[in-house]
Design a protein around this ligand. Structure first.
Ligand SMILES: Cc1cc2nc3c(=O)[nH]c(=O)nc-3n(C[C@H](O)[C@H](O)[C@H](O)COP(=O)(O)O)c2cc1C
Length: 265
């Protein structure tokens, strides 16, 4: 069973590709969490997989919170079987810092053991601060092509239950994961900076439907953010009329969503 989170489709693509390779099923974490589905039973020998994007050099808090609450039983109804082969694949625009360390700790606190992990570079989705921008269309396509190679190389290793770690940490990983990330979670997920251009907004409701954590309502036909944003930026990237901006940071930066031809400028 593969548990995944994805804001803009990159990690969904990776989760679906791995699931196809392993003939496995996928569970969307925000939906499971919303419905209070935390208990799962794995068949003997079934793998336990996680796929998620890197948010500020760590797994998204939503993913870690879900793992913390999960109850996984192995084997026929008694849950008395051996520990499952557990792995994660994370998608990143560039690099992951000490994500492996953070996720390994979360898994070990459950009494599980992390056997394998790998990172997959995918097109950038974060543009919520000055200085952050999308990849060019050419670069984005290059990343997607290489990502498929990475997956084709690593899926057979998962099938073989191989123990391996192939994570791109980048420079100053400790600083990024243990200093920048807590600051990001505390200060950079403020959704009061979202605004909508009412001349462009068509009230189609797309932003509301694509929000993975149901943080948008449209009481008067225009989006209102409810204060529990995780900053995936799906609402911004998916808006067909480009009516949504995040402060001034997103102005003129284009839109990207996996599998959709959107605006690059
Ligand atoms: C809030 C946020 C923070 C991000 N932080 C990082 C990061 O620290 N390192 C990195 O390489 N990419 C970072 N990215 C880029 C994403 O990890 C990458 O584009 C990922 O593939 C998005 O996956 P998704 O489409 O499944 O949401 C960030 C993206 C967002 C939205």
């Amino acid at each position: 069973m593969i548990f995944y989170f994805s804001g803009c489709g990159n990690s969904k693509h990776v989760a679906e590709t791995i699931a196809a390779g392993l003939n496995d099923t996928i569970v969307f974490i925000p939906e499971a969490a919303r419905e209070g589905r935390y208990e799962y039973e794995l068949a003997e020998g079934e793998r336990l997989g996680f796929v998620f994007p890197i948010y500020s050099w760590a797994p998204p808090k939503l993913v870690l919170d879900f793992v913390k609450k999960m109850i996984v039983k192995v084997g026929p109804s008694t849950g008395s079987g051996t520990l499952p082969y557990t792995y994660f694949a994370c998608t990143c625009g560039d690099n992951c810092g000490l994500t492996e360390k953070v996720f390994r700790k979360a898994v070990e606190e459950k009494g599980w053991h992390l056997s394998a992990c790998f990172s997959v570079q995918m097109p950038e989705t974060y543009i919520g601060m000055p200085g952050f921008k999308l990849d060019t269309e050419k670069n984005a396509q290059l990343k997607i092509d290489r990502a498929d190679d990475t997956m084709m190389r690593n899926i057979p290793r998962l099938i073989d239950n191989e123990c391996f770690s192939e994570i791109v940490k980048g420079s100053l990983p400790w600083l990024k994961t243990y200093l920048v990330n807590p600051g990001f979670n505390k200060y950079a997920t403020d959704d009061s900076k979202y605004r909508v251009d009412l001349k462009k907004c068509t009230s189609c409701g797309r932003c509301m439907y694509v929000c993975p954590v149901q943080n948008i309502k449209m009481p008067q036909g225009e989006p209102v953010w409810l204060g529990h944003c995780i900053m995936c930026m799906a609402c911004y990237h998916q808006c067909r009329s480009n009516a949504i901006q995040y402060g001034k940071a997103t102005v003129g930066k284009g839109q990207y969503y996996f599998g959709k031809k959107l605006r690059w400028k």
